[in-house]
Design a protein around this ligand. Sequence first.
Ligand code: IMP
Ligand code: MG
Length: 180
Amino acid sequence: MDQYHLNRLLTAEEITSMVKKLADQISQDYVGKELILVCILKGAFMFLSDLIRHLKISVEIDFVRLASYGSGMKSSGNIEITKDIELPIEGKDVLIIEDIIDSGHTLQFLKDRLILSNPRSVKICALLDKKARREVKIEADYLGIDVDDVFVVGYGIDFSENYRNLPEIYYVTPSEKQKS
Ligand code: IMP
Ligand code: MG
């Protein structure tokens, strides 16, 4: 991984303040509701774990893992569930927790699939959004921040399974050595 350079995009403090703001909005909007947070593994695990610590309402949590068969850094519309949710969601309010929206295919697929189980509502909370890369019409109901068309890592988000443990968010560029 030495051939890549990590450029800081968001500090841990900036992430914390975004996560707190999102948790406050969610806490207000779902007062008195039966909310289930569905976290998309693996990228959103850190976001979910910080978010729930700032919520002022009670929630249930569940996890889903999706595999997308695309090439390299780009996801395709070909998505499969490799780990499904386990809680019943019929009649419940569901909020999908995602790390980053890119083409939108992943969220479109998951949202459509969850709706088949007749939840009361399905909304989306994403930490980051690369709006410029969207291929399908889907938006986050709760969004941390828009980012440019760069490849990001850290705070749960990986590049070939590396960098998930970093507490800050970076974008990846080829290192100077690699460029010359
Ligand atoms: P989409 O289906 O194209 O919207 O892809 C969303 C998924 O692709 C996210 O859940 C991430 O796992 C992955 N992804 C998209 N952009 C990045 C990135 O910049 N860094 C790491 N993973 C990314
Ligand atoms: Mg992901």
